[in-house]
Design a binder for this molecule. Structure first.
Ligand SMILES: CC/C=C\C/C=C\C/C=C\CC/C=C/CC(=O)SCCNC(=O)CCNC(=O)[C@H](O)C(C)(C)COP(=O)(O)OP(=O)(O)OC[C@H]1O[C@@H](n2cnc3c(N)ncnc32)[C@H](O)[C@@H]1OP(=O)(O)O
Length: 289
């Protein structure tokens, strides 16, 4: 198979050099918050989130992610791994600053970019895996559950904690969570805004494996992707689609309505107030450290 190697924006020191035989840059504008590389030997693409300090998902990061996902599929990569350049945070979820006292046009583009990125990832034809090497609250959990396989490092947290911030986890966030966790566990956890520790997440099936290092996590993801080596990719993709088409169609048909519900909800004064208080708390905590 002729795999096109691409490297996007890898010029940051927190990512160790990986042995890639040959790589070439795409002519698209270089990315700011992601590194995208394809291993020549395995044909597996790795998308590394790199928006310090916590990889919060803003409009630009979401747009870059979607572009990388598209590239991985267009270039017929064997699979895709998502991970983080941080040692402690996979992603802190949506950038709260995009939703707190937002600008009208930008916040619309932001939510639309999130919808697009999720549909691309959830509906990806190639095998997808998350190497969760840090905390993964809310939108972080959304990305992880959109993948087909999850491996996590110990002593971090993952879950949909929206209710604790005074916001509602949208239906498509919940449905992806329900794919991996029993309904009763999901209902209790999401209404409580529970963040599972790695061990708890493993126990309820929210993550498939736990390993001690990022390298081991990547190796596990590669193993998962490798498990499809004797499977016809076309048959695999269509079979995966059967499991996921309902949620994808639902969101596709309801995109505008979903956007309007989102805007209506976050623009409520009580929601803005709760978000402001939450952000203040995060900043105070950060200053104390
Ligand atoms: C009927 C209705 C139907 C449908 C509903 C439809 C729509 C619903 C509407 C809205 C849904 C919106 C969905 C949102 C999902 C989300 O993802 S919301 C984001 C949730 N994220 C969090 O709660 C995580 C918050 N962060 C943390 O807990 C910690 O930062 C973390 C454990 C990740 C890392 O800890 P640590 O390494 O110690 O870092 P600090 O806490 O010190 O943070 C460093 C700086 O980063 C800032 N920051 C952290 N998280 C965010 C964030 N998500 N957004 C923006 N900024 C963040 C933090 O303030 C520090 O900033 P500073 O350095 O002080 O400037």
């Amino acid at each position: 198979m002729n795999i096109i190697r691409t490297v996007r924006s890898v010029a940051f020191s927190s990512i160790p050099n990986r042995t890639l035989s040959t790589t070439r840059s795409l002519s698209t504008p270089s990315a700011q918050y992601t590194a995208f590389e394809v291993n020549d030997k395995t044909g597996i693409a790795t998308l590394t989130l790199n928006r310090p300090p916590v990889n919060s998902l803003n409009l630009e990061l979401l747009t870059e992610m979607r572009n990388c996902l598209k590239d991985a599929e267009t270039n017929k990569c064997k699979g895709l791994i998502i991970t983080s350049s941080s040692n402690s945070v996979f992603t802190a979820g949506l950038d709260l600053l995009e939703m707190y006292q937002p600008q009208d046009e930008r916040v619309k583009s932001f939510w639309t970019a999130l919808q697009s990125m999720w549909m691309e990832l959830y509906g990806s034809k190639i095998p997808t895996a998350a190497a969760i090497n840090g905390h993964a609250p809310a939108g972080g959990c959304l990305i992880a559950t959109a993948c087909e396989y999850r491996v996590m490092l110990p002593n971090f947290t993952i879950g949909l904690n929206e209710t604790l911030i005074g916001i509602v986890a949208p239906k498509w966030f919940v449905s992806a969570f329900l794919n991996v966790v029993p309904r009763r566990v999901a209902e209790q956890a999401i209404t409580q805004g529970k963040l599972f520790t790695t061990a708890e997440a493993h126990n309820v099936g929210l993550v498939d494996d736990v390993v001690n290092t990022k390298e081991e996590a990547i190796a596990k993801c590669e193993q998962f992707i490798g498990s499809f080596k004797n499977v016809n990719p076309y048959a695999r993709a269509l079979t995966k689609q059967q499991f996921r088409i309902k949620e994808l169609q639902e969101l596709e048909q309801q995109r505008e309505k979903d956007l309007q519900i989102f805007l209506g909800l976050i623009m409520q004064p009580s929601v803005q107030k709760a978000m402001g208080i939450y952000l203040e708390g995060l900043k105070k905590k950060s200053k104390k450290q």
